[in-house]
Design a protein around this ligand. Structure first.
Ligand code: SAM
Length: 268
């Protein structure tokens, strides 16, 4: 499939999924920013911020004397982000419609540039990283986060989800993206761009009933058309029923996928 197009665009359920996901991963982002250092007064950019992204985190990190810009190509995402920013009173955050592949933002104008869950869906990793590096000032920091599915499990095991649904989703994502597991080569990608990478990973434990346990089913709904080209409709419906039954177990914990966080400085 051609790259550069976001396969889940235009779905209302995607807004909810992205906001939930952003909340789940906020502590991981806060830990990473703590490791990067003090951001007071900085100018930060969240590229492809979606419905929430890192906006609240960056707003906190730069503080009242700093500023945050969130960009996205999708008006619906920006509108949801705008509602979120207003409801949280994030007065140091502004939102701009911008296509990262033809950006109107000023080069070298940010102290920190962050992009999450963008390399895999858009599939133009080297070009995307080059854009992020162009936008950050010399000596500034680029942060990229993406997904490694290796840790995605349930306790006790959920065989329909783990052995059938997740592999099917992986197959669909491999059809939709040239580079779905780009997270595994983030260090090499940074190295190719002459950036010394730092890397850390995060896995969330999801208590019984945690809404993020439903992520495989949310992906299945978003990718329904594609999944039905890969398996018979009856088999898919049966698999989704089995997955629902597993999630209904009131004692089942979940482990998230692995969030891979890579960052580094643009040479001064
Ligand atoms: C998987 S979502 C991730 C959103 C957000 N970064 C987060 O972690 O919650 C990918 C986002 O990239 C945006 N996007 C897709 N193509 C883009 C482009 N060319 N320029 C800017 N944003 C884009 C989509 O609209 C979507 O909001």
């Amino acid at each position: 499939m051609s790259t550069g197009t976001y396969v889940l665009a235009g779905q209302a359920s995607e807004l909810d999924r992205l906001q939930l996901q952003s909340r789940v991963w906020e502590p991981a982002g806060r830990r990473l920013l703590g490791q990067i250092g003090d951001g007071a007064g900085a100018r930060a950019l969240d590229i492809g911020c979606g419905a929430m992204g890192w906006l609240r985190l960056l707003s906190e990190w730069v503080g009242p004397n700093g500023s945050v810009i969130g960009t996205d190509i999708d008006e619906q995402m920006l509108s949801a982000a705008d509602t979120f920013v207003a409801s949280e009173g994030l007065s140091n955050v502004a939102l701009i419609e911008d296509d990262l592949f033809a950006t109107d933002l000023d080069p070298g104008s940010f102290d920190l540039v962050h992009a999450r869950f963008q390399l895999a869906p858009l599939g133009r990793a080297a070009e995307q990283l080059a854009t992020y590096l162009r936008l950050v000032r010399p000596g500034g920091t680029v942060v990229v986060e993406d997904v490694d599915p290796g840790s995605w499990h349930f306790l006790p095991p959920a065989p329909a989800i783990e052995q059938r649904l997740i592999p099917l989703l992986a197959q669909a994502l491999e059809t939709a993206s040239d580079d779905p597991w780009v997270a595994r080569r983030l260090p090499a990608l940074f190295g190719d761009a002459d950036i010394e990478p730092s890397v850390r990973v995060e896995v969330e434990a999801l208590e019984p009933g945690h809404p993020y346990q439903r992520l495989p089913l949310q992906f299945a709904a978003a990718l329904d058309g594609l999944l039905r080209t890969l398996v018979e409709a009856d088999d898919l419906d049966e698999l989704l029923d089995d997955a629902e039954a597993e999630l209904a177990d009131p004692g089942r914990w979940g482990l998230s996928f692995t969030l891979v966080q890579a960052w580094g400085q643009r040479p001064a």
